[in-house]
Design a protein around this ligand. Structure first.
Ligand SMILES: [Cu+2]
Length: 570
């Protein structure tokens, strides 16, 4: 069983145990004794199941289990000790006490999560003691025990105090950098991208979009290694403003296009000129980073391809995007003759993972996220999963029979009809693909752990159910501070129930391990990788690109709902 499924079982057991004890209490008040006994026994079984999932999660890593062990665990123990002996003699107050204790443990996991805080523990105890005192008042025999009242009031006061103190921990303030356009030489390639509202075709209807130069995706920008690119961004009428972020291209910080961090947002009627040297070949894309959740979904993106010198063969880009709920068509098929070398550049510009399957020919995955792979073996009848923001380059020699590419079972590119049931194909694990090479570093100067979760963020004007990193939401997540030249190890732990495609700006990270198992394939340098529920990824990078960089989930609604922090050079 994966840690992700244990996390799901844990939540289920916690809900059943809480509901079970509350139900047993209610039945003990007003129902038949036998039913109360049966419901109580079921609640006890669910409680023991949650104890078991807690132990399994603690063995998978403390990040998954901390609050379950420290806060929910003692509450569960108290519930079992108080309510367990009453199973054969059902009574409302002990059963309801157990219900409050299990509910408090559940809420601590769902609303607070990792890391454990004294405030959350004390508030949970206050809630249980207060609810039990009230229950006793109405259902118990005799006066309310003073202990319950004293514990409730003391824990409430201490909990509010602890929570308020924790809230005062300052994050590292965001620097706001203004720099002149870099002098990188005379531009060899000049482009102008004008952002504006537009109506574009999507499937068989026209939809409202935000577009670069009136088209979705925007124009493909193509250059050759060594070229200096100059891209003038103009905003015609996008009220929330636009910028250009070069996804996966490690440009100098001032060109990275993150509003409020590397530049001001480009408002209607304004422009910004980006200039950088194309120093590495590969498949990349560009998109707005202003209101990026809405902006990218509405169409403000395009493809950036840097060719090596000289470029050869048939080269096709397949950016997959969903506009107004409709998958956009792939580009028109270029004529391919048998024997032609073909490179398919697959780009996922959506917020969630897509599954790609190439049928009709063996192929190699020759590059991921713009980096060539070492020793990629031929594959056939194998699918690939591309995370949000990620790119895979597939290469093959065109056979004299048709080939077809499908995405999530829908054919998006083909040179003729291919009948293949691709749904059952195995999925390539890039961590075991290609030829290994010793890691370039033997030491790490700095280490960070990011624990991804959900939780209530009370620091804004309105409480929100945020996507959190180490228990905090943007802008309150402390920045990671590194020094130039350091080798930095980054551990990313997903204890939530959804996939988080992680994306660090300005750097490619080398994958070291996943779930404690070292990567055994060719060196895997990524800028976008899916951290699935229960997974622990260890990656490393060299801090060689000074500035202030966004480090965030590329499921952009998650980034918008708190899951963004920054890497800064100190
Ligand atoms: Cu996410």
């Amino acid at each position: 069983m994966t840690t992700g499924s244990v996390l799901a079982f844990d939540l289920l057991a916690a809900i059943l145990a809480a509901a079970g004890w509350l139900g047993a209490g209610a039945t003990a008040v007003a129902g038949p004794r036998r039913v109360a006994m049966a419901v109580g026994a079921a609640a006890l079984a669910a409680t023991l199941a949650r104890a078991a999932t807690t132990i399994l999660l603690a063995r998978a890593g403390w990040w998954f289990a901390a609050e379950k062990v420290v806060i929910a665990g003692p509450l569960m123990l108290a519930a079992v000790l108080v309510a367990g002996p009453r199973l054969l003699r059902p009574a409302p107050v002990p059963f309801l006490f157990a219900g409050y204790a299990l509910t408090a443990g559940l809420l601590v996991t769902v609303l607070h999560g990792y890391p454990v805080s004294a405030g959350a523990g004390l508030l949970a105890v206050a809630g249980v003691a207060g609810a039990t005192a009230l229950t006793w008042r109405f259902l118990g025999s005799g006066p309310v025990p003073r202990t319950a009242v004293v514990v409730a009031v003391a824990a409430l006061v201490a909990g509010i105090g602890a929570a308020a103190t924790a809230g005062a921990v300052p994050g590292v303030p965001h620097a706001h950098q203004h720099r002149d356009v870099l002098t990188v030489g005379e531009p060899a390639k000049r482009f102008t991208l004008t952002a504006g509202t537009a109506v574009v075709p999507a499937g068989d209807r026209d939809v409202a979009a935000w577009a670069f130069n009136g088209q979705v995706p925007g124009p493909q920008l193509t250059a050759t290694v060594g070229d200096v690119l100059e891209v003038t961004l103009r905003n015609r009428d996008i009220g929330r403003g636009v910028t250009l972020h070069w996804h996966g291209y490690d440009v100098p910080n001032s060109q990275d296009g993150v509003p409020g961090v590397t530049q001001d947002v480009v408002l209607p009627g304004r422009e910004f000129v980006y200039r950088f040297r194309a120093d590495r070949a590969g498949t990349y894309w560009y998109h707005t980073h202003a209101a990026s959740d809405v902006g990218v979904r509405m169409g403000l993106y395009g493809v950036l391809v840097i060719h090596p010198k000289p470029a050869t063969g048939v080269d096709v880009t397949v950016p997959v995007h969903t506009l107004a709920g409709v998958p956009l068509p792939a580009p028109a098929v270029q004529p391919v003759a048998a024997g032609d070398p073909v490179r398919l550049r697959l780009i996922n510009t959506d917020n969630t993972t897509h599954r790609y399957a190439l049928a009709g020919t063996p192929f190699r995955v020759v590059a991921i996220d713009g980096s060539d792979l070492r020793g990629p073996a031929p594959l056939s009848e194998t699918a690939v999963l591309i995370p949000a923001g990620g790119r895979y380059d597939l290469a093959f020699t065109a056979p004299d029979t048709p080939v077809a590419l499908d995405v999530d079972g829908r054919v998006v590119w083909s040179s003729g009809p291919v009948s293949a049931a691709t749904g059952g194909w195995p999925v390539l694990d890039p961590l075991t693909y290609g030829t290994a090479e010793p890691p370039p570093w033997s030491r790490y100067d700095r280490e960070f752990t990011l624990v991804l979760d959900r939780g209530v963020d009370l620091r804004g004007l309105l409480p929100r159910y945020a996507h959190t990193v180490n228990g905090a939401a943007d802008p309150d997540i402390p920045s990671q501070v590194v020094r130039f030249g350091e080798i930095v190890e980054l551990r990313i732990v997903n204890r939530s129930l959804v996939v988080h495609p992680w994306h660090l700006h300005g750097h490619h990270v080398l994958v070291l391990s996943r779930d404690g198992r070292p990567a055994t394939g060719g060196p895997l340098w990524l800028d976008s990788f899916d951290v699935r529920p229960g997974e622990v990824w260890e990656v490393a990078f060299r801090a060689d690109n000074p500035g202030m960089w966004a480090n965030h989930c590329h499921n952009l609604p998650h980034a918008d709902a708190g899951m963004t922090l920054h890497l800064i050079y100190g």
